[in-house]
Ligand binder design. Structure first.
Ligand code: NAD
Length: 360
C-alpha cells in the first residue's frame, strides 16, 4: 500500500511530521507495511515549482492508494489571483482525483466532553458521520451570476441542481459506509420546498430499496436536521446530504465535539480510486512554526485512511484508541481546555505520546 503525504503550508508540515511518526510505529510494530512518499502542494509548491500543484504530484497521487494532506494557504499568497493561490492546488487535486463524497465524522472523545458548548449528557458517546456531496449542487450549478436590473439594482443568482447519477453515487458511498457502522442513513434535503430535494429523496429511496434493503433509511428536512444536531445528536449514525446543506451541517456537527484541532475528514471518489484525507483545519499561520499545533486531526485523518482505504480497520481503531488514551491521561495541546491534572504539550509532545501508546 502506498500513501502520498502532502504537508503543504503553515502547520501542515508540523502535524504531518507527527502523523509520519505514527505511521513509522504502525509499520514497525503492527505490520502495516505502508510505503510513504512525500510531495509539494499549495504555497510550498508555488515556492519550489511555480504552481500550486504539479502534474507529477497529481500523477503520484493517482498512483497511490490514499493521499494525506496537511493544509494549504497563508497570508504571503493572499494577494495573488484566485487561480494562482495555494488553495487552487487543493481544488485541482480534488478535481483530478474525481472526489465527490466528503466524509466528516463527529466523534466525542470522553476526555473532551466538557470542552463542548453542549452539556456532557447530550454529546457523551457521540459518533456520527456526515457524507456530503462535494462537487455538485448550488456551488457549481449553472446559470449563475450577477445581473443589473432595468431599475439599476442588481440580482445575484445561483442554481441548485442534482441529477439521478450525481445523487446515486454519493448515496452509494453513504450506504456502503453505513454497513461498516450502525447501518442507518438519514438523508437530508428540503423536498418540501425544492424540486432538487424531491429528486434527491426519491432517488435515495429507490436506491435503498433496490440495493441496500439491509440499511435503515430515514429522511429529514435540513432545517430540522440543524436543530436535531444540537437537540439530540446521538440519534444519527450516517447523515447523507448535498453540498450546500452538508457544508453547514458538517461544521455544526464538528463543533459539537470541541476543537478544530481534533477534526479529521476524507474525500472519496469511485471505489478503488485514491481518497484524500486531511484535517479540516487550515494552515493556522498565527501559530505556524511555534510547535503548538494539535496534530490529532491529522493523525485521526490517517486513521480514516486506514479504515476506509488501506484495508486496516483494526489499526484505525488502535490509533483512535491511542488518541483517546492520551487524552484520558491528561495530555492537552493549547487549543484544548486544560482541566484538572492536565499536562499541556506541544505538537511533538502529543505526537510522541500517541506513538508511545502504539508501540507499547
Ligand atoms: P485555520 O483553520 O487555519 O485557523 C483557525 C484558528 O484555529 C486559528 O486560530 C488557528 O490557530 C486555530 N487552529 C487551526 N488548526 C489548529 C490546530 N491543529 N491546533 C491548534 N489550533 C489550530 O483557519 P484560517 O485562519 O481561517 O485560515 C488560515 C489559512 O488556511 C488560509 O490561507 C486559508 O485559506 C487556509 N485554509 C486551508 C484549508 C485546507 O488546507 N484544507 C482549510 C481552511 C483554511
Amino acid at each position: 500500500m502506498k500513501l502520498l503525504l502532502l504537508p503543504g503550508d503553515g502547520i501542515g508540515p508540523e502535524v504531518l511530521a507527527e502523523t509520519r511518526r505514527v505511521i513509522n510505529v504502525l509499520n514497525a510494530h503492527h505490520g502495516l507495511g505502508l510505503d510513504v512518499e512525500t510531495g509539494d502542494i499549495g504555497g510550498a509548491s508555488i515556492e519550489r515549482h511555480g504552481t500550486s500543484l504539479t502534474a507529477s504530484v497529481l500523477d503520484l497521487a493517482r498512483a497511490s492508494h490514499a493521499v494525506l494532506m496537511g493544509a494549504v494557504g497563508g497570508p504571503q499568497w493572499a494577494d495573488m489571483a484566485f487561480e494562482l493561490r495555494p488553495e487552487q492546488g487543493l481544488l485541482n487535486l480534488r478535481k483530478g482525483l474525481g472526489l465527490f463524497a466528503n466524509l466528516r465524522p463527529a466523534y466525542c472523545f470522553d476526555a473532551l466532553a466538557d470542552a463542548s458548548t453542549l452539556k456532557r449528557g447530550v454529546i457523551e458517546g457521540l459518533d456520527i458521520l456526515i457524507v456530503r456531496e462535494l462537487i455538485g449542487g448550488v456551488y457549481f450549478g449553472e446559470p449563475r451570476g450577477i445581473e443589473i436590473l432595468p431599475d439599476g439594482t442588481r440580482r445575484g443568482f445561483n442554481t441548485q441542481s442534482y441529477t439521478t447519477a450525481e445523487i446515486e453515487r454519493v448515496a452509494r458511498t453513504a450506504f456502503d459506509l453505513a454497513r461498516q457502522r450502525d447501518s442507518r442513513v438519514c438523508s437530508v434535503e428540503k423536498a418540501n420546498v425544492m424540486e432538487s430535494g424531491v429528486v434527491w429523496r426519491e432517488t435515495v429511496t429507490a436506491l435503498q430499496a433496490s440495493e441496500y434493503p439491509d440499511v435503515a433509511l430515514s429522511h429529514m428536512y435540513a432545517d430540522n436536521c440543524a436543530m436535531q444536531l444540537v437537540r439530540n445528536p446521538r440519534q444519527f449514525d450516517v447523515i447523507l446530504t448535498d453540498n450546500l446543506f452538508g457544508d453547514i451541517l458538517s461544521d455544526e456537527a464538528g463543533m459539537l465535539t470541541g476543537s478544530l484541532g481534533m477534526l479529521p475528514s476524507a474525500a472519496l471518489g469511485e471505489t478503488g480510486a485514491p481518497g484524500l484525507y486531511e484535517p479540516i483545519h487550515g494552515s493556522a499561520p498565527d501559530i505556524a512554526g511555534k510547535g503548538v499545533a494539535n496534530p490529532c486531526a491529522a493523525i485521526l485523518s490517517l486513521a480514516m485512511a486506514l479504515r476506509y482505504q488501506l484495508g486496516r480497520p483494526d489499526l484505525a481503531a488502535l490509533t483512535e484508541t491511542a488518541v483517546s488514551e492520551v487524552l484520558n491521561a491528561g495530555y492537552r495541546t493549547a487549543d484544548l481546555l486544560g482541566g484538572e491534572g492536565s499536562c499541556v504539550v506541544g505538537t511533538q509532545g502529543m505526537g510522541r505520546a500517541i506513538a508511545e501508546r502504539l508501540s507499547a
